[in-house]
Design a protein around this ligand. Structure first.
Ligand code: ATP
Ligand code: MG
Length: 357
C-alpha cells in the first residue's frame, strides 16, 4: 500500500524560490527509491510577490492547502522595502506560524566540518545542539503595534502564557529524550530581571518533573551568548522565548558556517512548516549565489518529522549526502568562501544522494 504525503511548497520571495526548487528536485529524485511512499507536491504563490500581484500575501487557497497538508516546505518570505499601507511588515510566514499555532521553532545547529567554524581556537569541534524558540508570543506579541512617531515614548509587550510555555517546554524535553544524546534541556531566560521570565522558569521546572531522565538547567540569556561561543559542545537542547530565540539562532548559525547552514522546523500539534532559518536575502537573489544547504537540511527535518520508516530513511540519506559533500572543504558556496552556485552544490549533493539511497 502506498502512503501519499501532501506537501505544500511555498517558494516565497528573494532567494526562497531558488533554494526551494533545489530541495524539490532532491525530493523528486528520492521518491522512486522510497518504498511505498509518494509525495504529492502542491506549490502555491505566497509572499510579497504575491501581494504585489493579487493584493493578498497569503491567499486563502494557500492557507487552506497548508491546513490540509501533511507538511509545508517554505523557502523565505518578505522584502525589506515593501510593506502594507499601514507600515506593517509583510510576513506571511509569521501569519502562518500564528494561524497554524506553530509554537515550536526547532533549529538544529550542527557543525559538519571543522573548517566552517570560527571557534577553532576554543576546541569547539563537536557542535551539535538544537535551539527551540517559542514562536507565538514572547516579545513578538507586540509585533502588530504601530509606532506613533510623534509621541514621547513607545512600548512593546512581552507575553508569557502558561499554555504556550508548557507546550514548548514539553516539546523540548521530548526532543532531548528522542535525540538520546546528552539528554539535557537548558532554559535560556532572564529571570534575574523580568517577572515574565520568573514565570517561564516556574513552568519549565514543572514540566521538567515529568522528565526525570533528562537533565534540566537554567542559563541567563547573556551568559548563553558567551557559552555558545566558548563551550557550545556542552549543550543538547535549549528552549527560549521568541526574541531571545530569534537573536541566538543567528549567533548559533554563525558558529557552524552562517545562515546558509541553519535549517528549521516550525512545529505545532496539527501542522508543521519547514524552512531555512534565513530570510529572503534580496541582496543575492536571482544570481544562484544562495547556499541551499539550510533548505536541504530543512527538507531532511521534514522527512524525519513525517515519521514513516521510508521518509526517515530518506532524511538520513539526504543528511549523509550533505555531510559527504561538505567533507571536502573545497565544495562550498560563496557565503562560506567557496565558488559553487546554488545549483552546482545541489548537483553534488544529488550525486551523493544516489549513492546513499
Ligand atoms: P529576516 O528578517 O527574514 O530574518 P534578515 O534581514 O535577517 O531576514 P536574511 O535574509 O536572513 O536577513 O540574511 C541576511 C544576509 O545573510 C543576507 O542578506 C545574505 O547576504 C546572507 N544570507 C542569508 N541566507 C543566505 C543563504 N542561504 N546563502 C547565502 N547568503 C545568505
Ligand atoms: Mg534575521
Amino acid at each position: 500500500m502506498t502512503k501519499t504525503f501532501h506537501i505544500v511548497v511555498l517558494g516565497g520571495d528573494g532567494i526562497g524560490p531558488e533554494v526551494c526548487d533545489q530541495s524539490v528536485r532532491l525530493l523528486q529524485q528520492m521518491q522512486p527509491h522510497l518504498d511505498g511512499v509518494e509525495f504529492h507536491l502542491d506549490p502555491h504563490d505566497v509572499g510579497v510577490g504575491e501581494y504585489q500581484r493579487s493584493g493578498e500575501a497569503l491567499p486563502d487557497s494557500a492557507f487552506e492547502a497548508c491546513l490540509a497538508s501533511d507538511a509545508v516546505l517554505l523557502g523565505a518570505m518578505g522584502l525589506p522595502n515593501v510593506r502594507y499601507p499601514n507600515g506593517k511588515e509583510i510576513a506571511p510566514q509569521l501569519d502562518l506560524r500564528e494561524r497554524l499555532q506553530l509554537y515550536g521553532g526547532v533549529r538544529p545547529i550542527q557543525l559538519f566540518h571543522e573548517s566552517d567554524t570560527p571557534l577553532k581556537d576554543y576546541g569547539a569541534g563537536d557542535i551539535d545542539f538544537v535551539l527551540v524558540r517559542e514562536s507565538t508570543e514572547g516579545l513578538f506579541y507586540g509585533r502588530d503595534a504601530v509606532a506613533d512617531l510623534s509621541a514621547d515614548e513607545a512600548t512593546n509587550q512581552l507575553r508569557i502564557s502558561r499554555q504556550a510555555s508548557e507546550r514548548v517546554c514539553r516539546l523540548s524535553f521530548e526532543l532531548a529524550r528522542r535525540r538520546g544524546g546528552k539528554k539535557k534541556v537548558s532554559l535560556i531566560d532572564k529571570a534575574n530581571v523580568l517577572s515574565t521570565m520568573v514565570y517561564f522558569r516556574h513552568i519549565f521546572d514543572e514540566v521538567a518533573k515529568d522528565f526525570p531522565d533528562v537533565t534540566a538547567e537554567h542559563v541567563y540569556v547573556d551568559a548563553m551568548a558567551l557559552f555558545m561561543v566558548r563551550r557550545p559542545h556542552d549543550f543538547d537542547v535549549m528552549v527560549t522565548e521568541n526574541m531571545f530565540g530569534d537573536i541566538l539562532s543567528d549567533l548559533a548559525a554563525g558558529i557552524v558556517g552562517g545562515m546558509g547552514m541553519a535549517p528549521s522546523g516550525d512545529i505545532g500539534d496539527n501542522a508543521a512548516v519547514f524552512q531555512p532559518s534565513h530570510g529572503s536575502a534580496p541582496d543575492i537573489a536571482g544570481r544562484s549565489l544562495a547556499n541551499p544547504i539550510a533548505m536541504h537540511l530543512s527538507t531532511a527535518m521534514m522527512l524525519d518529522w513525517l515519521d514513516h520508516p521510508e521518509t526517515k530513511r530518506g532524511a538520513e540519506a539526504l543528511k549523509a549526502a550533505v555531510a559527504d559533500v561538505l567533507s571536502d572543504p573545497n565544495q562550498r558556496t560563496a557565503d562560506m568562501g567557496g565558488k559553487l552556485s546554488t545549483v552546482e552544490i545541489t548537483d553534488r549533493i544529488s550525486r551523493s544522494l544516489d549513492r546513499q539511497l
